[in-house]
Design a protein around this ligand. Structure first.
Ligand SMILES: NC(=O)c1ccc[n+]([C@@H]2O[C@H](COP(=O)([O-])OP(=O)(O)OC[C@H]3O[C@@H](n4cnc5c(N)ncnc54)[C@H](OP(=O)(O)O)[C@@H]3O)[C@@H](O)[C@H]2O)c1
Length: 432
């Protein structure tokens, strides 16, 4: 299912401006009803009446806007209730031309009219296009992302990056709200935040994100925990950017090599599942991870086959452990939307599908608008304890969508000043 009409138009926002979170009711992809959403609002932290209008939306920029991840940002930010795209950045090859004229648009919905006429700027924070921008979404190529993102943070902007460059910096979180929302506190320790109010938050490599969300219920379960993960990925073509692999390479084929991907899965996952302690920084999780990464002939959606050794098996049978894994997933709370009230958050961050042949990327990647990870085929493993399959959308939850969730969390946590959008602190106080 595609993303058209995820949020109400500006006109709708001004008509429905009483509760900002209500605006997510417009997400057709989630089939939400007003009544269901209101119940969620009452349960969640966003219980405050807030006024949101188009003029109050936070001005944001997308860097790398012509690329695969950048286009997904542009698509997902259309009509966003909190964010308004006012600037689009790319290389000097693209700068100076209107977005719709320059971009090789590959999404299945039209270029949003509110962004089609924006003139692409070079990725230089001193360019006037970025003057009012408070949030910068980066879909920049790894080759140049690091320095450019730093330069934007140094001018007081909140930067949400998809690139690998800053992921392992000691004060930069690899943030995935349904997994490690508390890691966002690391931002307060960044010297650039203390001096200028800017900061950098990264999201994980796309295959790591799907794995972390899919396994979070097991990892966080006091009765299970994880000691060892062995994962083989089947990664979509869009993960290689555009134009990516040639048809001659990928048609009728599987490529058992994705440069540096296995190392990223093995290291990033430990930081993500570890703890953040203000006095010690990031303390990595004690898990053994072995990853094997493969490119397959699928357009979008990474599928992963995982075997796990749990930490606290005791004298339970493997069948019992498998059943406990299923229950942990089924009972995992709705965090992005339920706990934090993030407008892009899905109804459920992770679901279990009991059909014997699921998940499949073509059928499951767009669940929850592409923000939900599906787990299936949970069963005993003859070598470790249990094995399962999981699937997540690589350019939505695994890239642009994940960054948008991160920015929404930063707003809720009061790290980005916002007009009319309640912070967690304000909302909690209002409920007392
Ligand atoms: N694709 C995924 O599923 C995925 C998932 C997670 C993370 N990521 C990461 O996200 C980032 C973007 O990936 P992608 O797949 O979207 O790549 P892509 O399709 O190749 O797009 C790269 C973007 O960077 C811009 N760019 C290149 N050189 C530049 C320069 N010197 N100055 C300014 N802009 C420049 C390009 O602009 P021009 O068009 O003007 O050249 C384009 O907009 C990468 O770091 C990647 O590792 C990707």
């Amino acid at each position: 299912m595609e993303q058209r009409g995820r949020f109400p138009t500006n006109k709708c926002i001004s008509r429905r401006q009483e509760v900002v979170v209500r605006s997510m009711n417009g997400r057709h992809a989630h089939h939400r009803s007003w009544a269901r959403s209101r119940r969620t609002v009452q349960r969640g932290v966003i219980g405050l009446v807030a006024r949101s209008s188009a003029s109050e939306r936070i001005p944001v920029a997308v860097l790398g806007a012509t690329g695969s991840v950048g286009q997904r940002f542009v698509q997902l930010l259309e009509g966003h209730p909190w964010f308004q795209v006012v600037a689009l950045g790319a290389s000097s090859r693209s700068a100076g031309r209107k977005y719709a004229e320059q971009v090789a648009w590959k999404q299945a919905t039209p270029i949003p009219t509110e962004m089609a006429g924006i003139e692409i700027a070079e990725c230089d924070p001193s360019h006037p296009a970025y003057r009012d921008v408070r949030i910068v979404f980066s879909g920049l190529d790894n080759q140049i992302a690091g320095e450019i993102e730093t330069s934007f943070a140094q001018t007081g902007k909140a930067v949400f990056s998809n690139a690998k460059n800053h992921r392992m910096d000691p004060d930069v979180p690899i943030l995935i709200p349904p997994v490690n929302a508390a890691h966002i506190e690391a931002v307060r320790g960044q010297s650039v935040y203390q001096q200028r109010g800017g900061f950098i938050v990264t999201n994980a490599n796309c295959s790591t994100t799907a794995m972390a969300i899919g396994l979070a219920p097991v990892w966080k379960s006091a009765d299970l925990g994880i000691e060892t993960i062995v994962v083989s990925t089947m990664q979509a073509i869009s993960g290689a950017g555009y134009p990516g692999l040639s048809g001659m390479d990928i048609l009728d084929n599987v490529i058992p090599y994705i440069g540096a991907e296995e190392g990223k899965m093995e290291t990033e996952s430990l930081k993500i599942l570890g703890e953040y302690q203000p006095s010690r920084g990031f303390v990595p999780a004690e898990i053994n991870v072995s990853a094997m990464c493969n490119r397959v002939h699928v357009l979008d959606g990474h599928t992963e086959a995982v075997s796990l050794k749990v930490r606290n098996r005791g004298n339970r049978s493997k069948e019992q452990v498998a059943q406990m894994v299923i229950e942990a997933i089924q009972e995992y709370p709705s965090i992005s939307r339920g706990v934090f009230g993030l407008p892009s958050g899905p109804e459920r961050d992770v679901v279990f599908n009991q059909a014997p042949d699921r998940p499949q990327p073509r059928l499951d990647r767009n669940l929850g608008g592409g923000f939900t990870v599906t787990v299936g085929r949970v069963r005993p493993c003859n070598v470790l304890d249990v094995k399962l399959a999981l699937c997540g959308h690589n350019t939505i939850v695994g890239a642009a969508g994940g960054s948008i969730l991160n920015a929404e969390l930063a707003v809720v946590k009061g790290l980005v000043s916002s007009a009319g959008i309640p912070t967690v602190e304000a909302s909690t106080a209002a409920r007392r």
